[in-house]
Write a protein of this length. Structure first.
Length: 355
């Protein structure tokens, strides 16, 4: 099959592209604008594979999208391109509205135009897979509740509101035009190639540099962490096996308080990076409570039983094994880290953390 992946130079997108090239026989076209979050370095391992190609394209650019659909003739579209960081959506929401809402609209229209002209076998087999987040459901009050596919939407941040909007557009394009769509809503991912503005890589790299480890508010907020390669595997199952119009929640059964995640990283670093920066006796001493994120969601947790039951997917990695692999990856890949921490990253850290 020909699979058009948007956002393939990002954290999850690059794991999906690596999976498709290494574990399947499909051809991949990676369509990515290469914002600050997109790094072709993350695709070094597969960039010379003859089944892989790349186009630096903005998903808001309909003319270019039409040409890409025409030339590549995709059987499947996996749409991951997005602005993805909640804190950035709070300080500047414009790009989130443009890429996540308008960009998804332009991609839907390009896909619809292309799909409507396909002959019937190809037309029936075509899928538009929209990759979304559990943040569209808002936060959970009781520690018992879990997000189901039927949980009402109640997004809190400009990021999650823009993702919720894009989910609605995708469902409307299915209901109104018959476009064969599938949607997945996943919990927090972690793993290699994660841009260090997000909690786990930020904490690993700050600790190694002897910098404060910023905990928003009281650190009691809960996230359900999934190793990124487990997510990539789930996405391929959904796009190839799910019924048209279905939605699947994807999660890792790994609920953790932020403060506990940070403590676990510190403990792993004591073991894996015992030579600490000057003046640091214990990585835990670097923990610093800072002002809370406005509108901060308290708890996310996924009920992933539908994807387990229908498609037989379960995560392979436990939080313990996944976090150790992740910390080790950052220790082994200092070149990648140095490159992504240059330029724009410095400005973000300065404005967000007052450094
Ligand atoms: P990311 O920020 O690491 O990567 C996003 C990619 O999209 C980058 O390569 C960027 O260059 C590209 N991009 C941004 N705007 C674009 C545009 N206008 N046109 C083309 N490309 C553009 O994000 P991620 O963490 O890999 O997330 C991927 C998808 O998964 C997103 O849709 C996100 O909402 C969703 N998601 C993420 C998580 C998570 O924990 N990271 C969890 C659930 C769902
Ligand atoms: P993040 O990785 O930004 O993911 P999301 O906001 O999409 O869940 O943040 C994960 C959690 O960690 C979230 O509750 C906010 C918190 N956090 C901090 O406490 N300090 C930080 O410096 C960052 C980036 C996040």
């Amino acid at each position: 099959m020909n699979i058009l992946v948007t956002g393939g130079a990002g954290f999850i997108g690059s794991a999906v592209v690596r999976y498709l090239i290494n574990e399947t026989k499909n051809n991949v076209l990676n369509v990515d604008k290469l914002t600050y979050a997109g790094n072709l370095e993350s695709l070094r391992d597969i960039e010379n594979n003859e089944r892989y190609r790349f186009s630096q394209t903005d998903i808001c650019d309909r003319v270019s999208l039409d040409q890409l659909f025409k030339d590549f003739q995709p059987d499947l579209v996996m749409h991951l391109a997005a602005e993805s960081h909640v804190d950035r959506s709070i300080t500047g929401s414009k790009d989130f509205i443009e890429t996540n809402i308008i960009g998804t609209y332009q991609l839907l229209e390009a896909a619809r135009h292309y799909w409507s002209q396909l002959e019937s076998t190809k037309k029936n087999a075509f899928r538009f897979h929209h990759i979304s987040t559990d943040e569209v459901y808002g936060d959970l009050e009781s520690t018992e509740d879990l997000f189901l596919e039927t949980t009402p939407y109640s997004p809190s941040s400009p990021y999650s509101a823009s993702k919720a909007s894009s989910d609605h557009l995708v469902r409307a394009w299915h209901r109104t035009y018959g476009l064969p769509v599938v949607i997945t809503n996943c919990s927090n991912n972690y793993g290699p190639y994660h841009f260090p503005e997000k909690l786990i890589p930020l904490i690993i790299l700050n600790a190694l540099a002897g910098k404060p480890l910023p905990i928003y508010g009281n650190g009691e907020q809960i996230r359900d962490w999934l190793y990124v390669e487990d997510h990539a595997r789930a996405l391929y199952k959904v796009v190839t096996e799910a019924e048209v119009g279905e939605t699947y929640n994807i999660g890792g059964h790994n609920e953790q308080k932020n403060i506990d995640v940070v403590k676990s990283i510190c403990q792993l670093l004591e073991e894996l990076a015992p030579n600490k920066p000057e003046g640091v006796h214990n990585y835990l001493d670097l923990i610093t409570y800072v002002k809370d994120r406005p509108g901060h969601d308290l708890r996310y947790a996924i009920d992933a039983s539908k994807i387990e039951k229908d498609l037989g997917w379960t995560p392979v990695e436990s939080f313990e094994t996944g976090l150790k692999k992740t910390v080790q990856w950052y220790l082994n890949n200092t070149d990648w880290v140095q490159r992504v921490q240059s330029g724009e990253y410095q400005n973000w850290v300065k404005t967000q953390y007052d450094e």
